[in-house]
Design a protein around this ligand. Structure first.
Ligand code: HEM
Length: 545
């Protein structure tokens, strides 16, 4: 998901020397008649260098003077290079976003070599940009992802695809998982994983200090998120929450860690020009190796399910199943597209959800009164024992508020998102030519007092709507993005988080372990805890494991 962060992508992109591949432009011209290909053509123009001198035609500039990008404030290129490469700015992207917003205002530009990025840190301007997007928005340059796929003869998935390929896949998936009621059917599957999570908490705390502390809950929630999302995507269990993790699952975890833990290395895979690869081969090799591992894993599970379906058909049995079964049976996507989408969705759905779970439980532990308030809501609604389902979630506004306050406000897992503009725009009084890389600064807007009163406070109840006119949601906080290119897995992630957090709060009092000091956030692709979070899980009197 780091690829959604435009600052990082831009750093990769700026060393790529081929602005618009000729073959691409021929294909684009051939497609120019449809609306989708129009979007594609425009977004491909995003690969070209942007001139800062451009201003709109005089006629459009009559009433208020529209400024050119040249007049936009922002840090110098040298300053940026020092910040990112010398002062390790890659792990402080969220803080740099805030610092730059304070220093240069809510719209500012940064240069990374030849590449220009316009950062937008204002709720209304973010809204304006996102509302203006076309039929196939482009987030950022995905060249290195595409190169890997071409090299191995693989398809792109929803994250890496553009234009008509993306539109086709998106229209298949959006019908299957975009609405809460689509994913409510997975409630039982997710609840089985939550059973294992609760069991695992009990096992780990009995092995931990004082018999109550689970060390490094990040690791536990990583395994929960992976098990839960795989239960939905692959319709099978992986064994992540077992004492001994199966070999193929362990290999996948290693590949995933390689993709993110050597994040800088893999990021440079896109940044280092091809001709330099023989001299500095490691980043590109590691990038390919981790993708090989991720694709291999998905392929094993997709092929397993395909084998089962074929066997059922041969026996004359009715084929029933979930998401993957539907995709394999309807064949709206070909097999390679299914492999690619399963791979990219699994990649997108693990760290995002697990970091949010880690932050949410950490915040609960640090704010016992808020925790008590939520506990009372849960027990009032469900009692001490009932297992919550998707149908119960609307009756648990504080549980939803907990997730929103964690994810939409204090720790937006994706502190920034990107868009390459598909048309000329005027934003904040500046002329932004089409093809400009925009960075939408969600971290800044979600901590902005103009958008959220007492922004530094942890207040899940701020999200409770008093009446239908009282909408707290706004463009100051869009952790899943917005519009046609928003997160396709949002409802899956929410289901996993709501069901697990409700059950944990119902079963345990969660406290900060004396072994933990204050845990701050750092950016490592995503906004993640900078140190292991150790938490105490004490069984509620009314419940015994
Ligand atoms: C807390 C959890 C999650 C967060 C915060 C999150 C956030 C995001 C964001 C911000 C985007 C970009 C949206 C935009 O550009 O407007 C995105 C895209 C995406 N997410 Fe998520 N996500 C989460 C979980 C998941 C899960 C569980 C899945 C899969 C099951 C998933 C699959 C995807 C995919 C495939 C895309 C690309 C969509 C497209 O380009 O059409 N995400 N996500």
């Amino acid at each position: 998901m780091a690829i959604l962060n435009p600052i990082m992508n831009v750093c990769c992109k700026n060393f790529q020397s081929h602005p618009l591949n000729k073959q691409m432009s021929l294909i684009l011209r051939a497609l120019h008649k449809s609306a989708a290909s129009e979007a594609l053509r425009i977004s491909a123009a995003g690969q070209e260098a942007i001139s800062e001198d451009l201003i709109p035609p005089a006629a459009a500039n009559k009433t208020a003077r529209i400024k050119s990008l040249k007049e936009m404030p922002g840090p110098s290129t040298v300053g940026n290079l020092i910040e990112f490469f010398y002062r390790d700015g890659f792990s402080r992207i969220h803080e740099i976003q805030m610092e730059h917003t304070q220093k240069y205002g809510k719209i500012f530009k940064s240069r990374f070599g030849p590449q220009l990025v316009v950062s937008v840190a204002d709720r209304d301007l973010v809204a304006q940009v996102l509302r203006a997007e076309g039929v196939a928005p482009q987030r950022a340059n995905m060249e290195s992802w595409k190169e890997y796929r071409d090299l191995r003869g693989r398809s792109t998935g929803l994250i890496s695809a553009e234009g008509e390929d993306w539109l086709k896949m998106r229209s298949v998936l959006r019908q299957l998982i975009l609405r809460p009621r689509d994913v409510a059917v997975f409630s039982d599957d997710v609840n089985k994983v939550v059973d294992d999570l609760v069991r695992r908490v009990c096992e780990l705390r009995s092995q931990g200090p004082g018999g109550t502390t689970v060390l490094n809950v990040n690791d536990l929630f990583f395994k929960y998120a992976m098990e839960a999302v795989a239960a939905i995507l692959y319709e099978c269990r992986l064994g992540c929450l077992e004492n001994v993790i199966p070999q193929d699952t362990q290999e996948y975890i290693t590949a995933l860690h390689l993709m993110f833990s050597s994040f800088k290395t893999t990021m440079y895979a896109g940044a280092i020009p091809k001709w330099l690869r023989p001299i500095i081969p490691k980043p590109w090799e590691e990038f390919c190796k981790s993708w090989d591992g991720l694709f291999k894993f998905s392929q094993i599970h997709v092929d397993n399910r395909l084998g089962e379906i074929k066997a059922q058909l041969e026996r004359g049995e009715e084929v029933k199943g979930g998401l993957l079964t539907h995709m394999l049976v309807t064949k709206e996507m070909n097999l390679e597209e299914i492999y690619a989408n399963m791979t990219e969705m699994l990649l997108a759905g693990v760290d995002t959800t697990s970091f949010t779970m880690s932050w949410a439980t950490y915040l609960l532990a640090c704010h016992p009164q808020v925790q008590q308030q939520i506990y009372e809501e849960v027990t009032r609604t469900l009692g001490q024992e009932a297992v919550p389902t998707a149908d119960d979630v609307p009756r648990l506004p504080l549980i939803r508020g907990l997730v929103k306050e964690t994810l939409s406000r204090l720790f937006p897992v994706l502190p920034g998102n990107g868009r390459i503009t598909q048309d000329d725009l005027v934003v904040g009084g500046y002329f932004i030519p089409k093809g400009t890389q925009l960075a939408l600064c969600h971290y800044s807007t979600s901590w902005d007092e103009d958008n959220f009163l007492s922004a530094a406070d942890f207040r899940p109840d701020r999200w409770i709507r008093k009446d239908t006119t009282d909408r707290v949601d706004n463009f100051g906080s869009i952790p899943f993005g917005y519009g046609i290119r928003s997160c396709i897995g949002r409802r899956i992630a929410e289901l996993e988080m709501h069901l697990a957090l409700t059950r944990l709060i119902q079963r345990f009092h969660i406290g900060v372990s004396p072994l933990s000091t204050e845990v701050k956030a750092k950016t490592h692709g995503l906004l993640c805890p900078s140190a292991p979070i150790n938490l105490q899980f004490t069984s509620r009197e009314s419940w015994s494991p």
